[in-house]
Design a protein around this ligand. Structure first.
Ligand code: SF4
Length: 486
C-alpha cells in the first residue's frame, strides 16, 4: 500500500485565472494597495484581496475586470499581459544604461550668505583656497565626456558659484568646444542666490544658454530670516536678480527652490503665494537635509518628519484649491512621484531611484578635485565622513572612479527589490533608496525602514496622493495632468 496519496491529490483544482506577481500594503483601515513590478496599482477592499488570492473572484465583477486591466491576473482574455508587463518594466529601467547625465561642479565653497541651514559647509568670501582651479576643471571635464549619457547637464554650485564666475565661463566654453566631437545634448545651470548677478554675467548666460536656478524661501521677512547676508537684503537681491535674469534670458530660463525651516511650517500658503506673486508655475516643497551647517546649527532637528508632512499636505491642499479656481500651479515633488505612479516613465529624481541615483543620475566634482556620487555625500565628506568619496580627478581614471567599491557597494545594497521591508512594500515601485542619508543617520546604507524618516516621509506621501486621487475626481484629473506634463 502506498504511504502517500498521489501528487494530484494535493494540487488545487484548475483555477480560471492565474495570479501575476504583485505586492500589497495597507492603504487605510479598509483597503489594501496592490502594485506590480511595472508600477501599476489598484486600491481594493481588504475582502476583495482575500477572494482574489483564493481564486474566488467572479470574472464578471468590476474588481476582476480592473485587476485584469492592470495586469494582476492572467486569463484566456489577456494572454499578452506578460509581454506588456515586460515592456513596461524595461521602459522603467531603461535610464540605467544611459548614466550619468548630471555633472555638478562645486566651483567654490565661498559664500557671502550665512544661512544657518546651509548644507555645504560654506567658507567666508576671502578664502580663495576653496576655489576650484583650472587644472581640476579640465580633468573633471575629461570625465564628463566619458559618460555614456547622450544628455549632459553641467550644474555650477557653491558656496556661491558667481564668486568664481571666471572659472564658470572657462568650463562652459571648454565644454562646448569638447562637445563639437561628442555631439551630446549639453545644458548648463548655475545654482546661485543671485546677490552678485549683473548684466555682464547674464549676457554670457544668454549667449551660451545657461539656465539660472535660485533660492526663494517665501515672503520677504521669512526669506531674509532664513538667509542672512550683509545688508540683510537677500530677498530684495533675489527678486531683483530673478527679474533681471528673466528680462535677459527669458522667463523659462529661471527656476527657484525653497527650503523649509521651522519658521516656514505655519506659513505654507504665504510661501506658495510668494511663488505665485513672482510668477512661478510651481514650487518644490523641500524638507531640510541632515548635512553641513544644518547639523552643526541643529536646524535639521528643529522639526519632525510629521510636522513637515503636515506642512506638505496643507501645501498640496492649497495648491489643489488654487487649481479648482482656475490657477494653474503645481508641486514638483508630487509631479515626480505621480509620473512614476501614473506613467511608465521615471523622472530620474536621485532620491527616488532604485538602485540609488548616486553616481548613476548625478556626480559631483568638488573644488579640490575629489569626486562624490551626490551633493549630500560631498557634504558628508566635508563633515569628515569619506565613505562615499570615489577618488580625485587629479589621480584617478574614469574607470577607477565609476567602478570603485565606494560606489558599487551602496548601489548593490540599495536595490529596493532586495532590501528588507522594501521588497514586500507595495509602494516600492514609486520609492527609491537614499544610502547616503541612511549612512549619515545609522551608519549603514539601508537603514531600518520602520525607523527611517526617509521611509516614513515617502510612504506617507504615496498613500496621501493615492487616497486623494481615489476620493476626488478633480484631484485625479489634476494629478494625471501633472504626471504627463512635467
Ligand atoms: S523605503 Fe519604505 S516606502 Fe520606500 S519602498 Fe522601502 S518600505 Fe516602502
Amino acid at each position: 500500500m502506498a504511504k502517500f496519496k498521489p501528487i494530484t491529490f494535493y494540487s488545487k483544482p484548475q483555477s480560471k485565472y492565474q495570479l501575476l506577481p504583485f505586492k500589497y500594503s495597507e492603504l487605510d483601515a479598509k483597503r489594501y494597495l496592490l502594485s506590480n513590478i511595472a508600477g501599476e496599482y489598484l486600491a481594493v477592499d481588504k475582502t476583495v484581496l482575500k477572494k482574489f488570492v483564493e481564486h474566488k473572484l467572479d470574472s464578471r465583477s468590476e474588481e476582476y475586470i480592473n485587476l485584469r486591466a492592470k495586469h494582476f491576473l492572467l486569463d484566456e482574455n489577456n494572454n499578452i499581459a506578460l509581454d506588456l508587463l515586460a515592456l513596461k518594466v524595461r521602459t522603467r529601467y531603461q535610464s540605467l544604461s544611459n548614466f550619468t547625465s548630471l555633472h555638478i561642479f562645486v566651483v567654490t565653497l565661498r559664500c557671502e550668505h550665512s544661512c544657518p541651514y546651509c548644507q555645504v559647509s560654506r567658507q567666508s568670501e576671502d578664502k580663495k583656497k576653496y576655489d576650484m582651479t583650472y587644472e581640476i576643471a579640465d580633468k573633471a571635464l575629461d570625465l564628463v565626456f566619458l559618460s555614456p549619457s547622450k544628455t549632459i547637464k553641467i550644474e555650477f554650485q557653491g558656496g556661491e558659484p558667481l564668486l568664481n564666475f571666471d572659472l564658470i565661463k572657462y568650463v562652459v566654453l571648454s565644454a562646448k568646444k569638447i562637445n563639437q566631437t561628442h555631439n551630446k545634448f549639453l545644458d548648463f545651470v548655475i545654482a546661485t542666490n543671485l546677490a552678485l548677478v549683473n548684466k555682464e554675467i547674464l549676457n554670457f548666460c544668454k549667449e551660451n544658454k545657461v539656465h539660472i536656478s535660485t533660492s526663494l524661501d517665501g515672503p520677504k521677512d521669512l526669506h531674509n530670516k532664513n538667509r542672512p547676508r550683509p545688508g540683510k537684503n537677500s530677498y530684495e537681491k533675489t527678486i531683483e536678480g530673478i527679474n533681471l535674469s528673466r528680462d535677459l534670458l527669458g522667463r523659462d530660463q529661471v527656476s527657484a527652490l525653497m527650503t523649509t525651516t521651522e519658521m516656514s511650517l505655519e506659513r505654507v500658503e504665504q510661501i506658495i503665494d510668494e511663488y505665485l506673486d513672482q510668477k512661478f508655475n510651481g514650487i518644490f516643497l523641500r524638507h531640510l537635509s541632515p548635512y553641513g551647517f544644518a547639523i552643526k546649527t541643529k536646524s535639521y532637528m528643529a522639526y519632525s518628519t510629521d510636522r513637515w508632512l503636515n506642512f506638505y499636505k496643507k501645501g498640496i491642499e492649497y495648491i489643489i484649491e488654487l487649481n479648482r479656481r482656475g490657477i494653474d500651479f503645481r508641486e514638483y515633488y508630487a509631479c515626480t512621484v505621480l509620473k512614476k505612479m501614473l506613467t511608465s516613465e521615471d523622472a530620474g529624481f536621485v532620491d527616488l531611484m532604485s538602485p540609488a541615483g548616486i553616481g548613476i543620475a548625478a556626480v559631483v566634482y568638488n573644488y579640490d578635485g575629489t569626486v562624490h556620487p551626490s551633493d549630500e555625500s560631498r557634504m558628508l565628506a566635508e563633515m569628515g565622513d569619506k565613505t562615499f568619496c570615489l577618488g580625485n580627478v587629479l589621480e584617478n581614471t574614469y574607470e577607477e572612479i565609476f567602478t570603485s567599491e565606494a560606489l558599487l557597494k551602496p548601489l548593490e545594497d540599495s536595490f529596493t527589490l532586495s532590501v528588507p521591508m522594501c521588497s514586500d512594500c507595495a509602494y516600492e515601485p514609486y520609492c527609491g533608496s537614499d544610502p547616503v542619508y541612511h549612512h549619515g543617520i545609522s551608519k549603514d546604507f539601508i537603514g531600518r525602514k520602520p525607523d527611517s524618516d526617509f521611509c516614513h516621509r515617502n510612504m506617507s506621501i504615496f498613500k496621501y496622493l493615492i487616497i486623494r486621487m481615489e476620493e476626488d475626481n478633480f484631484v485625479k484629473q489634476l494629478f494625471l495632468k501633472w504626471a504627463n506634463d512635467t
